[in-house]
Design a protein around this ligand. Structure first.
Ligand code: FE2
Length: 367
């Protein structure tokens, strides 16, 4: 291996010349050294060493090497060539179409026939270097765009978290149900949607942002209760029919709060997700829920998920109007609602991991 330093300024690009013929290497030196930093290799081992350590921009590879021919060398170097985005120009006195085709099949970027024309060789090397530069620029641009997108996502998430935190604090003050209930709903929803995203039906349905928006906004499912009067919201014992009718309006109130916010900030999809959850989390799969009596998949999926975990938590928790149900009773009651109250597909995923939901509930603690 021999690196030729020129008498001029250090050259920006380098070319690895692989040939067992000293006279050919001398010719490369004469033709290319005024323009490129040159690296010489006479066989595969020297070529591999130069490629991995010096990362040349272009490789000129002779086909007729002793022992291992140029095609075999190219096959063995293929991985490094891809990693370093290096163009390999096969150089050979063979001008048959079979050799040319074989060179491209093995991963060569170009084929130069010997004896080559010096200007043509320079132009072709220049062209491959330009292609490499464009490719690198594109990769760089993509990385920059990704960086900007990541920053923007972080800002949106920060805004979302602060807004959700503020609203949930407000909800906690007005509602008898404590922060633990809201935290449990969030934890159940996160677990359920992650398991759902592994199923055949939903594996390509949710983006990471969707998952994050749904479990984050689930905590605000009952935000509309801030609009329900204390004598109903905090009443110990069962509500009358009329009182319950008033209580039911919490879904519409919550939906309106978040829908109005979304109308002003349409870039924030989490507000729309929040509206769907708040407005529709009491809809039922069979169409007997409220406020609109939506049926089946008319009900947004986020609301169908929260509906299950909300009822589950209500059953296993102690409330001012009821005692906590046992684990066995909870699952007996909730299973009866499969296909009635709950989306059967989502419910089956929930039920498959039912013990995990008990465990999550205990971790966040029941009231
Ligand atoms: Fe509710």
């Amino acid at each position: 291996m021999d690196v030729i330093e020129t008498n001029e300024m250090k050259k920006k690009y380098s070319v690895l010349c692989v040939d067992d013929s000293i006279s050919q290497l001398e010719r490369y030196k004469a033709d290319l050294s005024p323009f490129y930093e040159l690296i010489f290799a006479k066989n595969y081992n020297e070529a591999l060493s130069s490629l991995t350590t010096l990362k040349p921009d272009v490789v000129l590879l002779d086909i007729n090497l002793p022992g291992m021919d140029g095609f075999q060398v190219l096959s063995l170097l293929y991985e490094q060539i891809q990693i370093f985005n290096t163009s390999v120009l096969m150089v050979s006195s063979n001008s048959d179409s079979f050799s040319i085709e074989k060179a491209f099949i093995h991963g060569a970027s170009d084929y130069i026939k010997k004896p080559y024309n010096r200007i043509e060789l320079l132009l072709r090397i220049g062209s491959h270097i330009r292609s490499k530069e464009i490719k690198s620029e594109n990769i760089q641009n993509k990385l920059e765009i990704e960086k900007i997108k990541k920053k923007s996502r972080e800002t949106i998430n920060y805004t979302k978290d602060s807004m959700v935190f503020t609203l949930s604090e407000l909800a906690k003050i007005r509602d008898n149900e404590t922060g633990e209930h809201l935290n449990r709903i969030k934890s159940y929803t996160k677990y359920l949607i992650e398991k759902l995203a592994l199923t055949s039906k939903y594996e390509k349905y949710f983006s990471n942002d969707d998952i994050d928006d749904i479990f984050c906004m689930s905590i605000l499912h009952d935000i509309g209760k801030i609009g329900i009067s204390d004598n109903i919201l905090k009443k110990p014992g069962k509500l009358t029919f009329d009182e319950f009718e008033v209580m039911k309006t919490h879904s519409v109130i919550g939906g309106e709060i978040l829908e109005n916010a979304y109308k002003h900030y349409t870039n924030f999809n989490f507000l729309k997700v929040g509206k769907d959850i708040a407005l529709y989390h009491h809809e039922k799969w069979n169409g007997t829920g409220y406020p609109l009596g939506l049926k089946g998949e008319e009900i947004p999926v986020a609301a169908r998920i929260v509906a299950i975990v909300d009822v589950f938590d209500a059953l296993v928790s102690k409330r001012i109007y009821k005692v906590a149900y046992s684990k066995a009773d909870t699952f007996t009651i909730i299973k009866e609602e499969r296909g009635r109250h709950f989306d059967p597909y989502i419910f089956d995923v929930f039920f498959e991991y039912k013990d995990k939901f008990i465990e999550i509930g205990k971790r966040v603690s029941y009231e």
